[in-house]
Design a protein around this ligand. Sequence first.
Ligand SMILES: Cc1ncc(COP(=O)(O)O)c(C=O)c1O
Length: 364
Amino acid sequence: MTKQSLLPDHYQKIPVYRPTGVPREITEKFGEDLVNLASNENPLGPSPKALQKMQSALKNSFLYPEPLFKGLASALSQKLNISTDHLHFGNGIEEILVHIANALIHKGDHVVLSNMTFPLYTNNNKFRQANESVVPLDKNFVYDLKSIKKQITKDTKLVYLCNSNNPTGTYFNKAEFDSFLEGLSPDLIVLYDEAYFEYADADDYPNGMDYLNKHKNIIITRTFSKFYALAGLRVGYSIQRPDLTKALDHVKSLYSNNFIGEVGAIAALKDLDHINKTQKMNKDGKVQFLQELKGLDIIIHPTQANFFMIQTKLDARKLAGELLQLGVMVCPLNAFGIENGIRVTIGTSQENQSFFKAIGSILS
Ligand SMILES: Cc1ncc(COP(=O)(O)O)c(C=O)c1O
């Protein structure tokens, strides 16, 4: 028997999710000047105060981390005005999704999700052989909560909701979320992924914290990877009722936490100057995109995140390839079934200008 055949059959059918690398000739040509607008990172980089704290914490790297992130739990509990037993931590939301699946999703469970959304939801279901119902986004690329609700049966264990949605940037509003939750079985787990929460500024955007007591089994996920610019340090958290926290802590590997990340996250939460700079950059960037791209024959979808989904008349992979030749990296959305869509991170004003110039030269 070969090693390969030791893997269960269903594992082998699960797509491997990896970001596409940049061809060597491009890195050689552009080096540091490559404008990376592909991964929704914060181009301002980490808060300088966080950097300072992390640098001085490095000398303690010989110590094991505190497994439950008690320092960060305390800082977040003050910020969110909840007790620490509502907070669970992981190596990014990505790992928390694995904890959720390990603790709560079993073979044969029914789960509901959408099609054009964060790809790792489906992988976790598939590894555990859960039965998925996949509901398309509506015609405006917004989560179709009414159709999702229709798919829920007495056997449904979990529903995945991503708001704002990656890769479309679109969102569903408070009224839609309220009516979705109305009458749902309290046993159903509602995973409410708010990876881009800090960027959402619409008055009717449903802040997950307002729903913590409205649905018994809601799990809200947030991250320090995006707004707080600590993607490389892998710090994510979830907020839920205390017995769910216990269940998630139970399946967590003991020392997966990165204590440098924890130190950075605590400092980043307090650095109001950097928080304001990030907010302003994104707000100004949104205006800049809408103004500068006005003349082009494209559709720019409204966003509640730090990226735009843009549809053009070209195949997305081809367009992304041409942009890359001009030194600008974006994410083509063919893999999501959006053949003419690209996702473009809102960068610094200068990075945005590079994108406008490059796409303008291709499309006009
Ligand atoms: C919607 C959504 N959820 C979760 C994640 C994963 O975030 P983390 O870096 O915290 O694992 C991402 C990252 O792109 C995302 O877009």
